[in-house]
Design a protein around this ligand. Structure first.
Ligand code: HEC
Ligand code: HEC
Ligand code: HEC
Ligand code: HEC
Ligand code: HEC
Length: 212
């Protein structure tokens, strides 16, 4: 008699502790999903502003040679990439507006003979080899295919830096839910390179095609 009721209490304790364990498991699961998908990426990236803002839209209306006025290929075929003061001085030797960014450009950089420390959204780790000539000249690709339409933008977007690696978020990607993911054409992760190579050439290529 007494053993039977003991068994009953034991099994009901077991049953309820099963629920407790399940509820705790569920709470733990939800908490780890939140921290993994939402909180961790927020903590992982710090936001930096460009040293001065710059409007591509305004400048495309005033330069004489389109994008190549500032982003050109040198005679040896290498890509000049980020503009230097040499591309700005012809117009911005002296302040021409009351725009604070323009004034900063003239006073803190051009007059001081210092280059603007632009942050490059696409900059790769040093182990990666990337050639603009092979893509833009060799394969006739548009800038926007890889960079998005920054060439017609009014303002430079904020730069997000991975606190652990120091690299741009455009290289290290977005979180698993793809929340906050930029439109296609603003990611330069290994998988993005390989996906396009597979599509265009039928092969992802070997490691040493892209790695030094
Ligand atoms: C061909 C002449 C020309 C060149 C070259 C040029 N700019 Fe300008 N820039 C202008 C003019 C004109 C304006 C004013 C436009 C307005 O306010 O209507 C301007 C405005 C600006 C402004 C304020 C508006 C904005 O864009 O936010 C900044 C900052 C600026 N330029 C930065 C630069 C930098 C950096 C370079 C070099 C990479 C450069 N400019 C090269 C002509 C030029
Ligand atoms: C008057 C100079 C000027 C002209 C003309 C110009 N740009 Fe820029 N561009 C800049 C400056 C300054 C930056 C800021 C540097 C940076 O973000 O690395 C920039 C940045 C960029 C970047 C960002 C690269 C990165 O990852 O950081 C791209 C892409 C770009 N420009 C494309 C274009 C295209 C496409 C055009 C033509 C439609 C164009 N630019 C015309 C001055 C210019
Ligand atoms: C196939 C993709 C692709 C195309 C097409 C492309 N870029 Fe880039 N761009 C990149 C990558 C990747 C980097 C980073 C390179 C690095 O860090 O070695 C980059 C870097 C840059 C930078 C930063 C400076 C530098 O050289 O690191 C500028 C500015 C830029 N690109 C402008 C342009 C312009 C302008 C065009 C069109 C004429 C263009 N890109 C076409 C992928 C591309
Ligand atoms: C949207 C398409 C596209 C993207 C994105 C792209 N590539 Fe390419 N890439 C090409 C094409 C097309 C070729 C030319 C293939 C050929 O000629 O066989 C090429 C060629 C190359 C080559 C060989 C260049 C040479 O001199 O032979 C390297 C290296 C390379 N890509 C690296 C990269 C890296 C690194 C990235 C990412 C940061 C990247 N590519 C992103 C399309 C792309
Ligand atoms: C199509 C070009 C391409 C090919 C092919 C490629 N990679 Fe990459 N790889 C990249 C780019 C771009 C990055 C930097 C961006 C990133 O981490 O996604 C990278 C990053 C890496 C990293 C991280 C580097 C770091 O600084 O932490 C490793 C490790 C790596 N690749 C290994 C490999 C191996 C192994 C292979 C061959 C199976 C390979 N890659 C083939 C383009 C390529």
């Amino acid at each position: 008699m007494s053993t039977q009721s003991d068994n009953q209490t034991v099994s009901s304790v077991k049953r309820s502790s099963g629920w407790v364990i399940f509820v705790f498991f569920l709470i733990g699961l939800i908490a780890s999903l939140i921290s993994g998908w939402i909180a961790f990426p927020k903590l992982l990236y710090s936001t930096r502003q460009q040293p001065i803002d710059f409007s591509h839209k305004v400048h495309m209306g005033v330069v004489s040679n389109g994008c190549q006025s500032c982003h050109y290929f040198r005679d040896d075929g290498s890509f000049a990439g980020t503009p230097t003061n040499a591309e700005c001085e012809s117009c911005h030797m002296y302040p021409m507006t009351s725009d604070p960014d323009e004034n900063k450009l003239v006073e803190e950089y051009i007059s001081e003979n210092k280059e603007v420390p632009w942050l490059s959204y696409a900059e790769q780790p040093p182990c990666v080899f990337f050639s603009h000539a092979a893509h833009v000249k060799g394969s006739d690709m548009e800038c926007a295919t890889c960079h998005g339409d920054i060439g017609h933008s009014d303002s430079l977007r904020e730069y997000q830096e991975n606190r652990l690696t120091g690299y741009s978020r455009d290289i290290w990607g977005y979180n698993m839910l793809r929340m906050g993911e930029a439109k296609h054409g603003q990611r330069h992760k290994m998988n993005d390179c390989a996906a396009c190579h597979l599509e265009e050439t039928g092969s992802k290529g070997d490691c040493f095609q892209c790695h030094k």
